[in-house]
Ligand binder design. Structure first.
Ligand code: NAP
Length: 524
């Protein structure tokens, strides 16, 4: 057994540690490669060890397409900081969208390949560093998504209770251990929503915002047969919510949500979707009309918004226990105000009314403040203005775009046009392209990254891997005992436990939200 230091030395000298068709001596700057087998040998046999950081959809799709290319002797290790796989399919997709979660069965087939291994509960940057991973694998793929969110940078955002990111709320109802086990968060959400005629503002108008509004507006009975976590149902059953406002800074012609999700929001039993007609009218500027004329899907979406009833139609907000969901437009968030009776708690959001203009280049429609303000009373504000990836120690990061700098999935040494690729390191998913797109977008992304990997393999551009296993390295680092690492077999036990306990409640699964309990079940 080597110490990590010996191991690092071995890596830096780039000694060939695994028998392969190429003998290679490389430094970060110079890469020399001598072929010991005919050059026409298939690239599939050159790659013997792949490590993928992140077991969400982007990681699984890369595993899927790589496994199609690789030879029988190759291995693909997929690691995740959570004890469970599937990333946003488990902790992001709304519980009432089971059809989206069906993709999980595709990923289970990938995991059934004998060359695939799962290492759950392994935190890259803490349990193991990137330099070590680079030495373990010929190919290291970063697929760790976006674990932070964008912020508004306005007063009250970081200080007032009741200002919560949509990411936090979504993770909470979907059972991410870091949020679902947060008793303070559960207590605060419970207390706020149980107030008579509670009001919520969702800031931002993407599909995440619509997911949050829908979960809040639905009758709990209509969520009971989904895989929403029990602790969230307990809070939602006590909710006396009257109104949810989903607020955008631009007009309805620029809304980021999609028509399917909007239709769903308009058809919630016991809730009424409304829109102030004057905000729709103000959004129909000359350039918005021209923009909509060029895109049928956007035009259909804008027409659907315009066809919604106004707030006053059919009675007052919240009448007869009905929940009102209001789409609001052309409002720039400027400050969160405290509740005068409870100064630590949120009482309202201040917006500046906006008008639309074309940006300096005449390309993008932007919202410009008019100086006129509006105060929207609410006790809970969900900031839903997009997610953000984080850098990982030991690899470059483009702070401006909040992505790993890359060219077609090849990680670059810096965020510049001229930068050269870091040998053997690739990326896919939100760390590669930013936080946009649906689950299927990861298919195209993964295929592009896999093509880059295979091209580099064929050209002898990959570094050598060592013969150590990830578990050996983790043990050497002393950060993680092997019994605390969840294997695929361990996850299958968690899956069976959750399905069994879900079935008893008429749900597809009851998620375990406590990391210790997840490990116990995996070890059982
Ligand atoms: P998103 O689609 O990018 O929407 C972000 C929203 O925040 C936009 O309305 C944006 O307005 C607004 N925003 C950004 N900065 C702002 C600021 N400083 N002040 C006020 N508003 C601001 O992000 P998302 O909703 O987090 O979704 C992420 C991705 O996941 C998207 O591609 C989404 O489609 C996908 N997703 C899909 C589903 C589904 O298919 N059902 C569900 C969830 C998520 P501007 O347009 O003015 O910038």
């Amino acid at each position: 057994m080597y110490t990590l230091r010996q191991y690092a030395v071995r890596f830096h000298r780039r000694q060939p540690v695994a028998a392969g068709p190429f003998v290679e001596f490389a430094s970060p700057k110079h890469h020399v490669c001598f072929s010991t087998t005919p050059l026409y040998a298939s690239a599939s046999n050159i790659i013997s060890r792949v490590g993928i950081v992140g077991a969400g959809p982007s990681g699984f799709y890369v595993a899927k397409y790589l496994l199609k290319e690789l030879g029988p002797g190759a291995t693909v290790d997929v690691m995740d900081s959570l004890p469970t796989p599937f990333g946003l399919v488990r902790t992001g997709v709304a519980p009432d969208h089971p059809e989206v979660k069906a993709v999980q069965s595709d990923f289970e087939k990938v995991a059934g390949d004998p060359r695939f291994s799962f290492y759950g509960n392994v935190r890259v940057g803490y349990d193991v560093d990137v330099a070590t991973l680079r030495s373990l694998y010929d190919v290291l793929v970063l697929a760790y998504g976006a674990s932070e969110d964008r912020t508004l940078g306005i007063p009250g955002e970081d200080t007032l209770e009741g200002v919560v990111s949509a990411r936090t709320f979504v993770n909470w109802y979907n059972g991410h251990p870091d949020y679902a086990q947060d008793a303070k968060l559960t207590g605060m959400l419970g207390e706020i929503l149980a107030q008579a005629s509670a009001q919520v503002a969702v800031l931002g108008q993407g599909n995440v915002a619509l997911d949050c509004a829908r979960v809040l507006a639905k009758r709990p009975a209509d969520l009971e047969t989904s895989d929403i976590c029990e602790h969230a149902l307990v809070v939602l059953r006590e909710s006396k919510l009257a109104a949810v406002s989903v607020v955008g800074r631009r007009g309805h012609g620029q809304a980021a949500f999609t028509i399917k999700e909007l239709r769903e929001l308009s058809r919630i039993p016991g809730a009424r979707l409304v829109v102030p007609p004057e905000e729709v009218a103000r959004g129909l500027t000359e350039f918005t009309i021209a923009e909509l004329a060029q895109s049928r899907p956007r035009k259909r979406l804008a027409d659907l918004v315009a066809s919604l009833p106004g707030p006053a139609v059919g009675g007052q907000a919240g009448e007869g226990g009905e929940r009102v969901v209001a789409l609001r437009f052309l409002l720039l968030p400027r400050a969160f105000l405290p509740d005068p009776r409870r100064p630590r708690r949120l009482g309202a959001v201040v917006f500046e009314r906006a008008r639309l203009e074309l940006d300096g280049q005449g390309k993008r429609v932007v919202a410009v403040g008019t100086g006129e303000t509006e105060e929207l009373p609410c006790q809970l504000a969900l900031r839903s203005i997009g997610y953000k990836s984080q850098p990982v120690d030991g690899l470059p990061f483009d702070n401006k775009k909040a992505v790993v700098p890359n060219r077609h999935g090849r990680v670059l040494e810096a965020a510049s046009e001229e930068a050269v690729p870091v040998p053997g390191v690739y990326c896919t998913g939100w760390v590669k392209r930013g936080p946009s797109g649906i689950i299927n977008t990861n298919i195209y992304d993964a295929r592009e990254t896999v093509a880059a990997i295979m091209e580099d393999a064929a050209q002898g551009k990959l570094p050598f891997s060592s013969s150590f296993s990830l578990l050996e390295v983790l043990a050497q680092a002393g950060r993680k005992k092997s019994e605390d690492v969840v294997s695929w077999e361990g996850y299958e036990k968690i899956d069976a436990w959750e399905r069994r306990h879900g079935a008893a409640r008429g749900k597809p699964r009851e998620k375990v939200t406590d990391s210790h309990r997840l490990l116990e079940i995996a070890r059982s």
